[in-house]
Design a protein around this ligand. Structure first.
Ligand code: BG6
Length: 536
């Protein structure tokens, strides 16, 4: 079998076992002596020496994703001693860049603490850069030569990160397959967008599927790397408490929310082509829905979990236009400067764009557990706050004896910011009388796990790729179902030429979305107040 890694979090067996999946996976993730424990983790036991070298190639090294996310993540993994001993990182781009320039570009995002400079220096000693054209096979042969010439190169596993515009995926993956396959395992990380509808996504999947096996492909949905999204599995299947009430007999409505307080600023070019449904709802929110709605998998193994997610998706019909509210933000002339500009005033957005920046939709999971329970997904940019959460609202208690004073229970999993799980419930108001009062069972991470730093989603996911664990990655059949659910809606929106409802930058979004929620059976009482324990 393979070597155990990060045993303290109980994932070692899957990771080690994945070596049998056919791509030579999960062998050696060794590391220099641990300096900093992985965020929130206990000191690791049983870390192997990392016999097998690893080459990581960042394609699109001069771009935003590489600079802001991938290089910083690699640095954190290196810093925390989580990369194999002999790991080298090669940047690849059209723009020629020296390692020094690369370092300067990344620096503002690396979050280097005092005392880590020397380690950072060692990290950059493992960097190199290859310049070339994406369409030119010769360049990729040169890349292959470069990788072979690195220390340990002739034996190294290879991890290719496609931090590229999707238009380049086709050519680049073909060249990688033809010229750059590793002597050990080869894995390819792909970022969304995976197409823009069912046909284009199918075409991309067919292309990738002809070049690589599914075990070699890692489709990132970074929400699957978030602490509280991963926690959904443990909350649901590690407790006796929730299982019996997790169904249509008890749950009135499920709401999955994503809110961001800023607009598209500068990213309008990409965004306008996609819109909020493709950008957030079809992937991040739908993934969360799956984890809430799925049946208990046969095991916590990657494919058993993904099998259950696919089953949920198969039970969801195409979203209907009448179950959707679309919005687009407009500037708030009286607001602070950052809120004055509306979506259409973003210079990277066409002035007559009808692309939604807000969407709320009702989905229905037509299976035995969930028939009749609406799942509302809502997401938007330029709203009043940053928040991502999953909320289950339960049905009222039958046979009321408290003169209608009891409010519905809710279970909330707050993904960000300030990770928390809390259950809104009724309790006796402390004191002389028998009065029910709204309160909560509260697991706020900031107080229960004080000082514990949670790893960034990308950090977790990249480590998973290195370890060969595909659980938190999107399988091709999942992707296909996700597009099947949303493509008819996206087509209908386009055909209808429907204009999204304007909402003010910094507001809660169009009031019509609250109406939709009400229609879905969600009861907002407005009476519950949560007081931050630190402020009490
Ligand atoms: C990305 C979307 O996938 O997720 C962005 O493309 C969005 O539009 C981002 O801002 C949100 O991620 P997070 O981790 O900041 O919630």
């Amino acid at each position: 079998g393979g070597v155990a890694v990060r045993e303290e979090n109980g994932e070692s067996r899957q990771r080690a076992g994945s070596g049998g999946s056919g791509d030579g996976a999960g062998r050696s993730v060794g590391a220099p002596p641990v300096r900093v424990a992985a965020a929130g983790a206990e000191p690791r036991r049983d870390l192997p020496g990392g016999e097998q070298p690893l080459s990581i190639v960042v394609l699109g090294a001069s771009g935003d994703l590489a600079r802001k996310k991938i290089y910083p993540t690699l640095w954190w993994l290196f810093r925390d001693g989580l990369l194999p001993d002999v790991t080298h990182v090669t940047g690849f781009a059209r723009t020629p860049l020296s390692v020094t320039e690369l370092r300067e570009r990344c620096h503002p995002h690396l979050k280097v603490s005092p005392g880590e400079e020397e380690l950072l220096g060692r990290f950059f000693e493992r960097q190199s850069f290859v310049q070339g054209q994406y369409g030119d096979e010769g360049t990729f042969r040169a890349l292959d030569q470069h990788l072979r010439a690195l220390p340990g190169g002739p034996r190294a596993h290879r991890l290719f990160y496609l931090a590229l515009p999707p238009t380049l995926y086709g050519t680049v993956t073909r060249h990688l397959r033809d010229t750059c396959m590793a002597p050990g395992w080869t894995r390819v990380i792909v970022e969304k967008p995976f197409g823009r509808d069912l046909p284009s996504s199918d075409a991309l999947s067919a292309h990738l599927g002809a070049l690589f096996r599914e075990e070699q492909l890692y489709r990132i949905d970074h929400y699957l790397g978030k602490e509280m999204v991963q926690n959904l599995m443990v909350l649901r299947f590690g407790n006796r408490l929730f299982g019996p009430i997790w169904n249509r007999d008890n749950v009135a409505c499920v709401v999955v929310t994503f809110k961001e307080p800023f607009g598209t600023e500068g990213r309008g070019g990409y965004f306008d082509d996609f819109g909020i449904i493709r950008d957030v709802m079809q992937n991040h929110l739908l993934q969360m829905l799956c984890l809430v709605a799925m049946e208990k998998p046969v095991s916590a193994g990657a494919d058993d979990v993904r099998d259950e997610k696919v089953k949920v998706l198969k039970s969801i019909g195409p979203v209907q236009l009448q179950d959707v509210v679309l919005g687009q933000y407009v500037g708030d002339p009286e607001g602070p400067p950052e809120r004055r500009r509306g979506y259409l005033e973003d210079p990277t957005v066409p002035p007559d764009s009808t692309t939604p920046t807000f969407a709320a939709a009702i989905l229905r999971v037509a299976n035995e557990r969930w028939d009749g329970v609406p799942f509302v997904l809502r997401c938007g940019k330029a709203l009043n706050e940053r928040k991502a959460e999953v909320r289950l609202q339960f049905r009222p208690v039958p046979g009321d004896i408290f003169a209608n004073q009891c409010k519905r229970n809710e279970l909330v999993v707050r993904v960000q910011p300030d990770e928390a799980v809390y259950a809104k419930m009724m309790t006796k108001k402390p004191g002389m009388f028998l009065h029910p009062e709204e309160s909560e069972l509260d697991l706020t991470y900031g107080s229960r796990y004080k000082g514990v730093k949670l790893p960034d989603a990308y950090e977790r996911l990249l480590l998973d790729v290195i370890c060969g664990n595909q659980m938190h990655f999107v399988r091709s059949d999942e992707l296909r179902e996700a597009w099947r659910i949303f493509t008819p809606l996206l087509d209908a929106i386009e055909r209808s030429g429907q204009k999204p409802i304007p909402y003010r930058h910094g507001s809660r979004g169009p009031p019509e979305a609250d109406e939709l929620l009400k229609r879905a059976g969600f009861l907002y009482e407005g009476t519950y107040r949560w007081v931050d324990p630190h402020q009490r």
